[in-house]
Write a protein of this length. Structure first.
Length: 298
């Protein structure tokens, strides 16, 4: 049985990508003990880890593979490759369009989206997923940001909130193309209408190499789901009461992501299956932020 979140499209030309989101990239889906299990294809040949290294709050530049020490389940690994600001980005906005976003918050959200798009490089791709009760693929992943700009301007806020479904759709889209996937999720409330369970989507995140940043606005602040999702993927959660500074947050996320290192290694001396606890250190001064591990196997 395939899990099918409520995903709508803005036109028939996007049906093939929606099928990719729901069927092709979801992979095998099963119910075990009454729960949901969502699977991406597992990358066992090489593991990619996005790593942010800072010193006194500033990104550390110029690190090479010899500067990193990486342990997989406490087994020291040979770092094969370290790249920095070389791989094109796939930036996916996953934005809450429930009724509570209407008005000033929607204006701030549009402005933040436009500000971020202006800072993308020609080789970067971007996409827009919106979620209220349905999950809408509003703009395909593309180097042409014009459809996304148009979709932002035309977006309307109404209905309930399918936060978990929206985050899953964005992650799946991020896995659908080569490049480094940055997901930025915005929501101003708790989930009220998702079909998928939070636990199932978090299990999926353990198999994915996307990095999720999130902004939770309003008095309700962040859900446990967003807190866990950003932690599992090595991102960061921003909790704000007001959205007036949303553009600065989005731009800060993009800038920080561009200063992350993409560390690659081929696992050796560890089991293929199960949870792999990752420890990433640098041999010079610096604070490291990276995903805590990944789930291997099929």
């Amino acid at each position: 049985m395939l899990l099918r979140p409520h995903i709508a499209t803005a036109g028939s030309s996007r049906r093939s990508l929606v099928l990719l989101l729901i069927v092709g990239c979801v992979g095998a889906t099963a119910r075990a003990g009454g729960g949901q299990q969502l699977l991406f294809s597992t990358k066992v040949e090489a593991v990619r880890v996005d790593v942010l290294v800072t010193d006194r709050g500033q990104p550390v530049r110029g690190l090479k593979d010899a500067d990193f020490e990486l342990l997989d389940n406490d087994v020291l690994q040979q770092v094969d490759l370290v790249s920095f600001d070389e791989v094109p980005l796939n930036v996916i906005l996953a934005l809450d369009m429930s009724s509570s976003v209407a008005g000033e918050r929607l204006d701030h959200l549009r402005a933040a989206g436009h500000a971020l798009l202006r800072q993308l490089k020609p080789e970067d791709q971007s996409a827009l997923v919106t979620f209220s009760y349905p999950v809408q693929l509003a703009a395909n992943l593309s180097r042409d940001a014009a459809p996304l700009r148009h979709a932002l301007d035309e977006a309307e806020a109404e209905g309930r909130t399918s936060l978990v479904d929206g985050a899953f759709a964005a992650m799946t889209l991020g896995e659908s193309d080569a490049g480094r996937a940055l997901i930025i999720v915005f929501s101003d409330g708790v989930d009220t209408s998702s079909w998928l369970s939070a636990d199932a989507v978090l299990e999926t995140a353990k198999r994915s190499d996307v990095v999720v940043y999130a902004v939770a606005a309003g008095r309700s602040k962040a859900s446990d789901f967003l807190r866990d999702l950003t932690s599992l993927t090595g991102g960061h959660l921003y909790e704000v009461e007001k959205t007036a500074n949303l553009s600065a947050i989005f731009l800060g996320v993009l800038e920080e992501f561009r200063h992350r290192y993409l560390v690659s290694y081929t696992p050796r001396g560890v089991s293929r299956d199960g949870w792999h606890r990752l420890t990433v250190r640098v041999k010079r001064a610096g604070t490291v932020r990276a995903r805590p591990g990944y789930l291997g196997g099929s």
